[in-house]
Design a binder for this molecule. Structure first.
Ligand SMILES: [Ca+2]
Ligand SMILES: [Ca+2]
Length: 289
């Protein structure tokens, strides 16, 4: 919404050509409560329970009574309560959280799905309800043979400057604006271009034995930048580089990730802040099967 040129100086916004249509009387009273819906996992793991929480916030002037929360999931999925889903009374301004363990079928196709939460309640004897949908995908199928990391989809990706780039250096804040990955004068056709602080999480489903990569400050930075690389397997650090600087050649990371379901590729700032910390995982590869 933009303020029009020529609008009074103290106007926050201006509505022009605004039409109000009377749709006639309705039995339904607008709910003032809100409902949030969130998943503990960024993507749902097929065949495993994934905690999903609906948070009801009572913005009504009075207590919400008989609060009942339900969650609709796609056909063939399971949603089992992971705690209370009904609440006798929620005071004005207070919240109540209902949780479920949501289990997609083990062979659920890799795509987005809609979960739909609804909460019904009464205020002063009147029925009200509020709903919220959550669009969430299942995890990408894990690699089953030796595979470039950049040819697999991550679960989540945090990066200090723009998005994580596949098969190119980090570049600037936009997507797809890097150059070929290069560390210490050696080019890598495959890999990830990142910038500290970065944390890219993958689901490998216990299928892989090792992660190998040549890591360092990308040659996009010739004189400045210092970073440290680490690999976590199910949250535990299994490989780490020394602090690497712009002039250093690539350091070989060889991480034992056998049995791990989740692996994180992490870049930290090397202890001196993130300035110029363009960091590349050159030739990063899953060794699996
Ligand atoms: Ca970029
Ligand atoms: Ca640094």
């Amino acid at each position: 919404m933009n303020k029009l040129p020529g609008a009074p100086g103290n106007a926050d916004f201006v509505l022009d050509n605004f039409t109000v249509t009377d749709l006639g009387p309705t039995d339904e009273r607008l709910a003032c409560a809100t409902l949030g819906l969130a998943s503990q996992n960024g993507a749902l793991e097929p065949g495993q329970p994934n905690k999903v929480t609906a948070t009801f916030t009572n913005h009504e002037a009075k207590a919400a009574k008989g609060v009942e929360a339900t969650l609709d999931v796609p056909e063939g999925w399971k949603a089992e309560p992971a705690g209370a889903t009904s609440f006798d009374s929620v005071a004005p301004g207070e919240q109540a959280a209902a949780s479920w363990n949501v289990t997609p079928p083990v062979d659920a196709p890799y795509q987005s799905y809609s979960l739909s939460a609804k909460t019904s309640y009464q205020v002063g004897g009147e029925d009200r309800s509020v709903g919220r949908d959550l669009l969430i995908r299942t995890l990408a199928p894990p690699p089953t043979k030796d595979t470039w990391v950049s040819d697999t989809d991550w679960v989540s990706a945090e990066n200090g400057w723009g998005p994580v780039e596949k098969d190119m250096s980090n570049g600037e804040a936009g997507p797809g604006d890097g150059r070929p990955i290069s560390i210490g004068g050696v080019d890598f056709a495959k890999g990830l271009g990142m910038h500290a602080p970065a944390d890219v999480k993958y689901y490998v489903g216990g299928n892989c034995e090792r992660l190998t990569a040549q890591v360092g400050v990308d040659d996009a930075q010739r004189t400045a930048g210092s970073v440290k690389f680490s690999v976590l397997a199910d949250g535990k650090k299994v490989a780490e580089s020394p602090v690497l600087k712009a002039a250093d050649s690539a350091y070989e990371l060889n991480a034992d990730i056998s049995g791990a379901k989740y692996v994180q590729l992490v870049v930290s700032d090397g202890g001196d802040g993130v300035g110029n910390d363009h960091a590349s995982y050159g030739g990063a590869k899953w060794l699996c099967g």
